[in-house]
Design a binder for this molecule. Structure first.
Ligand code: CTP
Ligand code: MN
Ligand code: MN
Ligand code: MN
Length: 368
């Protein structure tokens, strides 16, 4: 039974940035299993298998058909022996034994629980696990555990933050942030980025880029915005990272997890009355919920690079950079695109795709 004809397979490109991947994933049963393996290797910080499984998951997400037999799967890029065994198991038994084993593993369960707290990464989670801690109440009761301000707020708002946000809530957040920016900086522009720009129905935060045409002014925007949110009683938590941008130091060969722009990670109060449809996610009797919001303020001439870098998905970004490096011998990050020492300017994302010789991908086609 050959559902996957060779004609279709030949169209599957090896890089995520060459494939149009919408949120309509036709192979969720396989990619959910692969994502458990990705998460397991991420939590235990094993790089090789994490990369291989995330590339495989990304290929399966992009397929316009559902895999119903093994026929043709050997021709898919980035789908290796281990992934094919997993697909085979799921087709035959409806589940994967390796995945079941991980899901039942105490260390995996505990690290996943701990890293679900805002401010807790794999290193901290592992430190707590090795101390014998297994639950939130044990962490909070341990006199030797020092929580930083971010983690304290992560625990304080855990119930709200772990629930994630709907697209309707993201629109309500966009209205609040938009009004705030218009009040403190009428000439500034604020645009939605991240998962909600890609058309996701659900997300863990709402991401925005704020820019102004006045050079240098971008560095004062975020403090102004945070000040106004505070005045309105909407700022529950803020971590501000002022710009460390030294454009002369770019390009930098090292892969940067964090960019140099002025940015802030916030927890805001979202009032239920602002959410269209009543805001069902708002706890009854309280009238508001906590939401995670990220703001980044690049200089205007770097807007396109920031927008491309912050729209995601993470896998799409990784493959864009890898494509630039391996296929074009160029260097791409959130700040710039370099061809050897030559900076390639861009006003829009389309310019960057064109510099790379890639077909333009709409944001909703970047859900790799
Ligand atoms: N990003 C970045 N630098 C940061 C934070 C985020 O470049 N300091 C990028 C990430 O690589 C990602 C995008 O911004 O591509 C959005 O990040 P994030 O909010 O974590 O993920 P989403 O795709 O929006 O998904 P969700 O928030 O729903 O988990
Ligand atoms: Mn996001
Ligand atoms: Mn995320
Ligand atoms: Mn974010």
């Amino acid at each position: 039974l050959m559902r996957t004809g060779p004609a279709q397979q030949s169209t599957v490109c090896p890089y995520a940035c060459q494939r149009r991947t919408t949120t309509a994933n036709k192979n969720k049963r396989f990619t959910d299993a692969l994502e458990v393996l990705v998460e397991y290797h991420e939590l235990t910080e094993i790089e090789g298998p994490r990369v291989a499984y995330s590339r495989a998951a990304s290929v399966l997400k992009s397929l316009p058909w559902t895999i119903e037999s093994m026929g043709g799967t050997e021709a898919l890029p980035c789908v290796g022996e281990k992934t094919r065994t997993l697909i085979q198991e799921i087709l035959q038994y409806g589940r994967s034994f390796e995945v079941e084993k991980i899901l039942a593993d105490e260390r995996y369960q505990t690290l996943k629980l701990f890293t679900s707290v805002f401010g807790v990464g794999p290193k901290t989670a592992d430190k707590w696990y090795r101390r014998g801690l297994r639950s939130f109440s044990q962490i909070l009761a341990d006199p030797d555990v020092q929580l930083n301000r971010m983690q304290q707020n992560g625990f304080l708002h855990y119930t709200d933050l772990s629930r994630g946000l709907s697209a309707a809530e993201a629109r309500a957040v966009e209205a609040v942030v938009g009004e705030t920016v218009r009040t403190v900086a009428p000439n500034a522009r604020v645009v939605l980025t991240g998962g909600f720009r890609r058309g996701k129905e659900f997300g863990h935060d709402v991401d925005f880029i704020v820019t102004t045409a006045e050079p240098g002014r971008e560095n004062s925007l975020l403090p102004l915005i945070m000040g106004r949110l505070e005045e309105q009683g909407l700022l529950l938590f803020q971590a501000h990272h002022p710009s460390t941008l030294a454009l002369k130091k770019i390009p930098c060969r090292r892969f940067e997890a964090m960019d140099y722009y002025s940015k802030c990670f916030l927890i805001l109060k979202l009032e239920g009355s602002r959410v269209q449809g009543g805001g069902q996610a708002v706890p009854a009797g309280r009238g508001w919920r906590a939401v995670r919001v990220d703001l980044v303020a690049p200089p205007i001439e770097r807007f396109a690079f920031t927008q491309l870098g912050w729209t995601g998905s993470k896998q799409f970004e990784r493959d864009l950079r890898r494509f630039a490096r391996v296929e074009r011998n160029m260097l791409l990050d959130n700040h710039a695109l370099f061809d050897k020492a030559k900076f390639l300017a861009a006003v829009t994302e389309k310019d960057i795709f064109a510099h790379l010789g890639l077909e333009y991908m709409e944001p909703w086609q970047r859900n790799a």
